[in-house]
Design a protein around this ligand. Sequence first.
Ligand code: FES
Length: 160
Amino acid sequence: MTENKSCEGLCESRPHTEIADVPLGVSRRNALKGVAALFAAIGLSSASSAAFAAAKTYKVCKTTDIKIGSAKIFAVNGLPVVITQPKKGIFKAFNGYCTHQGAPLAASVGAVATQGTNMFCFQHGASFNTTTGAATGGPANRPLPKITATVSGTQVSVTL
Ligand code: FES
């Protein structure tokens, strides 16, 4: 083990041996190549590139398709997306997979059952707030992940 003298003893709380033991001559570029090779070796290259893929905006429906206080589920790029209009002119979007056991909130594209400020999963009846996606009734206890919804004129779009 060697001792890193660059801090001149100012940061005594952290051991420096790991840093000092890295062979000299390993550039940042080569270190990144090594990380990429490691990801590829364990099959994460597509996952990592998907994670860095740019977000895309998709047109989903017209504002008139979602009545005030209602919710509908759509298939957007292979993902079930719930659009709600909890108040006039306010549109929200959520990942439509229930956080209980992962079923889409409705059996098919179309209306999601709602009552007051809640929408319900058709599988076991979990409820979620139509404005926030918060779980309001079991068996789910985690919120629906939010998705960015935008309205342009009468067009409702989401960004995934
Ligand atoms: S999968 Fe939705 S309540 Fe069980």
